[in-house]
Design a protein around this ligand. Structure first.
Ligand code: EZ4
Ligand code: CO
Length: 402
């Protein structure tokens, strides 16, 4: 089998997605996600100008060789743009391989290690009582794990809280919006949120919380310690992780489990975190972390150190990535949990998919390949629109981590 064509579909059905379609001489095609939130066209140009011309004529079954060709062959290693481009190619090739062999991708990754993939979704509210309602709503839909975020009093447009009447979507069209942040107000507030949730919801539901890289290690340690009575499933991204040794300080103070890595793009970003057992869940996603080939290696490395997977799954990760994550999640032994933030109905229509949700678990379906398609005619009606994640400032105007 040979690759005959490779092209991008850039569309914006409520939000931007960059999708790679690789075609073969046997009529089989595969899809890969190449979406890098707020920097979409950088990856599109990288693929179009530097990667896709090198794909024509290659055998799509050679996923490892092609991965190494684009990783080592570029000379310039790692980085979100490069690794997202490589991921798009890699995932599309696994899709082709599955379709050609007439089997779902999970069968090519070791088969089923479990019956379903436990997912968590996002509950949020402007205040504690709205956040409680939101968690209860998702529990009523069958979720057994829910991430809870609430507006911090005195902090306008807190992270994770939607604009009134809208679903939460971090990226906004136009130039970047600005949000505010106060660590002091947050530190005093967050134990009250989880105290209320545990009092009302009991001990069984898994509760998660995202600190979104905003704290210093000692501040994150205080959050972890103050939330211990409410036994979170995890606290996410407690502080920026470029300095991996920061997590030693957090670990020294708290038993609250830690998840990090949604902005990572290679195993080397988490190598020390995993090897020193400084985290419990690795969040690097398939789309930004070099595809299924590299995510599987990362998961297996993590399995040696009691670290489980907890991949990012927000709306900027297209249904193609969601499906890929479910295939990998079904198969790797050290799967932990998968994030599942609902796409808009229009996004779901542009990307028809086989994955399903039932009683807290998702399943990728048994269609050959990934089980996701793209309606190109519909996609063409929603062209790319410039959009950005917000920029955050402290109350005195200093730029801080969003
Ligand atoms: O900031 O998807 O856990 N989820 C998150 C998201 C991410 C965005 C980045 O594109 O932290 O809100
Ligand atoms: Co996050």
């Amino acid at each position: 089998m040979k690759i005959t064509a490779a092209r991008l579909i850039v569309c914006s059905p409520d939000r931007n997605f960059v999708t790679l379609k690789i075609e073969t001489d046997e009529g089989i095609y595969g899809l890969g996600d190449a979406t890098l939130n707020g920097r979409e066209l950088a990856v599109a140009a990288y693929l179009e100008e530097h990667v896709l011309p090198c794909l024509i004529g290659r055998d799509p079954f050679q996923t490892e060789e092609i991965w190494q060709y684009f990783y080592r062959g570029a000379y310039w290693r790692r980085g979100p743009v490069t690794m997202t481009a490589i991921a798009a190619v890699d995932v599309a090739l696994w899709d082709i391989k599955g379709k050609a062999l007439n089997t779902p991708v999970y069968n090519l990754l070791g088969g089923k290690s479990r019956d379903g993939v436990m997912v968590y979704t996002h509950a949020n509210g402007a205040d504690i009582s709205e956040a409680l309602d939101s968690v209860q709503k998702y529990m009523a839909e069958g979720y057994i794990a829910v991430r809870a975020q609430a507006g911090v009093p005195g902090v306008a447009s807190s992270y994770g809280v939607p604009k009134p009447g809208k679903a939460y979507e971090p990226a906004e069209r136009g130039l970047p919006s600005e949000t505010l942040w106060s660590t002091e107000k947050y530190l005093n507030f967050v134990p009250k949120l989880f105290e209320k949730l545990r009092v009302e919801l009991g001990d069984d539901v898994h509760l998660l919380h995202d600190l979104h890289h905003r704290l210093t290690p000692i501040e994150a340690a205080r959050v972890g310690k103050s939330l211990e009575p409410y036994h979170l499933f995890w606290m996410e991204d407690p502080c920026p992780a470029e300095l991996q040794e920061s997590f030693e300080l957090i670990r020294r103070h708290t038993t609250t489990p830690i998840a990090t890595g949604e902005v990572f793009n290679s195993i080397w970003d988490s190598h020390d975190l995993i090897r020193k057992q400084l985290i419990d869940y690795i969040r690097m996603t398939i789309v930004h972390g070099g595809g299924i080939t590299h995510a599987k290696k990362t998961a297996e490395f993590a399995s040696l150190y009691h670290v489980r997977t907890g991949f990012h799954g927000a709306t900027d990760l297209s249904p193609v990535t969601m499906a890929a994550a479910l295939h990998l999640g079904l198969s790797v032994h050290n799967f932990g949990i998968q994030e599942h933030m609902h796409h808009s109905p229009l996004t779901d229509e542009v990307f028809p998919h086989n994955y399903t949700f039932q009683a807290g678990y998702m399943h990728p379906g048994d269609a050959p390949g990934l089980g996701v398609d793209i309606d190109e005619l519909l996609a063409a009606k929603y062209p790319y629109q410039r959009a950005y994640l917000p920029v955050a400032r402290k109350l005195d105007g200093t730029i801080t981590d969003w």
